[in-house]
Design a protein around this ligand. Structure first.
Ligand code: TRP
Length: 329
């Protein structure tokens, strides 16, 4: 399917039925001994909006820090790519940080092709239209899909030279082994001149991390619990949100923040469309996401395991976050 205006093309290569897929994953995740729900379902329309609010929170340094790095180095990054370029972005969301780079490329090259990919089609189309209104030299091919489908679609686009962006430390949401595998899949779409720019959150103090993933205003709690809201509205569940809470805990050794939904009491939840009853003991957890933090040595090892090498690295003034430019090894 394709939808075009003069400077915007939207591709929706996703063929699966989203509703069936959500149901199947919820059933699988809530049936096992250790309950889980896949984190990609956090990002429906409402979830994407809540995540944008998280990015503005005082405790959530991740977005602000990455933006600071981009602002300080955007012109230097653009100068590395003097020829015409397509800038591809995985998980573009509102594209608000990306504007910093778009502006730098437009300053240096006068024009830019931008290929944002996002799982939330509404967010993708809205942010693409807003960008086109603000920037004349921009052309957009927007791909509404999950990563794997989106990467396959990327292979079908006629793109000469590209810079792929993967910002927000989303890489940290993969298990360490899986992140190397996924980077290798990105690498498979790259020619020798293509580059990959990845934001990676660094290991740091436990208190800082736990506050970032469980803020005082409770926005992150709402974001995480939105998974239950989705099950209620899309699958006819009867989760009572008063009887669940959000939890985030940092495990120093493995270097990851685990996000859970905790049942506050013994209870049974019915999910009508799945014809399923789910029993919870008091304090039982549904694991929803891991956010892995990296040391510089771990970033090098990751690059190596993926067939990539780090060619440049930029940091913020407090060394909380790393922006990494990878090239095929
Ligand atoms: N990629 C973000 C991160 O790991 C996503 C995120 C932020 C998140 N806060 C969260 C996911 C809380 C689940 C729960 O930083």
């Amino acid at each position: 399917m394709q939808q075009s205006s003069r400077r915007l093309t939207v591709r929706t290569p996703q063929v699966e039925n989203d509703a069936d897929e959500f149901g199947a994953e919820v059933r699988a995740g809530l049936t096992g001994e250790h309950k889980t729900l896949p984190c990609r379902f956090l990002y429906d329309r409402r979830g994407s909006e809540l995540f944008e609010q998280i990015c503005e929170l005082p405790e959530y340094y991740v977005t602000r820090t990455e933006r600071e790095i981009l602002e300080n180095n955007a012109d230097a990054i653009a100068a590395l790519f003097p020829e015409d370029l397509a800038m591809v972005e995985l998980g573009s969301g509102s594209s608000s940080k990306t504007r910093v780079l778009i502006e730098a490329f437009l300053r240096s090259n006068g024009r830019l092709r931008y290929v944002p990919m996002d799982i939330s089609k509404k967010m993708l189309v809205e942010s693409s239209e807003a960008l086109l209104e603000d920037y004349d030299g921009l052309k957009i091919v927007a791909i509404a899909a999950e990563y794997s489908t989106g990467l396959r679609q990327l292979g079908r686009e006629a793109i000469e030279r590209k810079l792929i962006l993967w910002l927000g430390s989303t890489l940290g949401n993969f298990e360490r082994k899986d992140s190397a595998r996924f980077l290798a899949r990105i690498k498979a779409t790259m020619t020798g001149d293509d580059r990959l720019l990845v934001g990676i959150d660094l290991r740091k103090d436990k208190a800082v991390l736990e506050a970032a993933y469980d803020d005082a205003q409770g926005v992150t709690a709402k974001f995480n619990l939105n998974l239950l809201v989705r099950i209620n509205s899309e699958l006819g569940g009867n989760f009572d949100l008063r009887h669940f809470r959000h939890e985030a805990s940092y495990e120093e050794e493995s270097g990851r923040v685990r996000s859970n939904i905790v049942s506050l009491r013994e209870q049974t939840v019915h999910i009508r469309e799945l014809d399923m009853y789910v029993e919870f003991t008091a304090e039982e957890r549904i694991h929803t996401e891991n956010s892995h933090k990296y040391s510089l040595a771990e970033i090098d090892a990751l690059a190596q395991a993926s067939g990539l090498r780090v060619t440049q690295q930029w940091f913020d003034s407090d060394d909380r976050f790393a922006l990494n430019l990878f090239a095929p090894a």
